[in-house]
Design a protein around this ligand. Sequence first.
Ligand SMILES: Nc1ncnc2c1ncn2[C@@H]1O[C@H](COP(=O)(O)OP(=O)(O)OP(=O)(O)O)[C@@H](O)[C@H]1O
Ligand SMILES: [Mg+2]
Length: 229
Amino acid sequence: MSTRDADLLHRLRHIIDQKGLDTTPGPVEDDPHPDLPGHPEFHHRQRVNSALSRFETTTPPRYLTASTEHPQVCDWADRVAADPTQAPSLMLWGGTGTGKTHAAYGAVRRIALKGPARFAFVATTFPDLYAALRPGAATDEERERHLRRVLNVPLLLLDDLGTTKSSAWTEEVTYRIVNQRYNRMLPTLITSNPPPAALPELLGDRIASRLIEMTTRVEMNGQDRRLRR
Ligand SMILES: Nc1ncnc2c1ncn2[C@@H]1O[C@H](COP(=O)(O)OP(=O)(O)OP(=O)(O)O)[C@@H](O)[C@H]1O
Ligand SMILES: [Mg+2]
C-alpha cells in the first residue's frame, strides 16, 4: 500500500471512529430487487412501458384497448415479439365489421406487452397513405420522408387494402412498399376486405404474388359487429 493510500485509510478510520459508525460487514445482496435497475423484471417493465406508450401514440382511440384471442393472430404476434426477423407478415381478410382492424391493433398491443427489445411501429390505411404521398400533398422532401418511414419501419400496419380505386400511380406506390417489405422480410400486418384470390386482379400479379408469399392469411368470419349493437 502506498503512503498516500495508507494516509487516506487512516483518515477514514478516524472519521468512522469519531462518528461511531458500525462497519461490521452486512449481508451482501447478490440479486437486485425487482423494482431496481439490474433486475430483469425491472428492465422488462421498462421495455413494456416504452412499447405501450409508442403503441398509444400511433393507435386511434377506438382500438387503444383492442385485444385478440384469435389463435393464429396470437401466434403471429408471439413470433414477431420473439424474433421479428423470423416472422412472416400477416393478412387479415374478411367482410365489413368482422373485426380485422380490432384484431390487427390487438396483435400489435400483444407484441408491445411482451416487452420486445425494440418496438417501432407505424399504422396507416391505404387511402390515408395514398393521400399523404400524393404529389402536392406536402413538399417532396416530406413525402419522401413519410414513404421511407413506411418502407423501413420494423413493424407496419396497413389497413383497408383494396378499398381505393386503383390507378397506375397507386399501383406503383403499393408495389414499392410491398416489394421493399418483401425484400427486407419486415413484418407487415395488412387488412383486406377482398379475399386473397381477388388480389391479382385488384393489384396486379406482381404485388399479389409477393403478398401471397410473404403473408400468413387469416380469414375473419362472422357478421358485421357494428350492426350487432
Ligand atoms: N374481438 C372483439 N371484441 C370486442 N369488440 C370488437 C372485437 N372485434 C371487433 N370489435 C369491434 O367491432 C367493431 C368493428 O370492428 P373492426 O373495426 O375491427 O372491423 P373491420 O373488420 O376492420 O371492419 P371494416 O372492414 O369496415 O374496416 C369495432 O367497434 C370494434 O372495436
Ligand atoms: Mg377496419
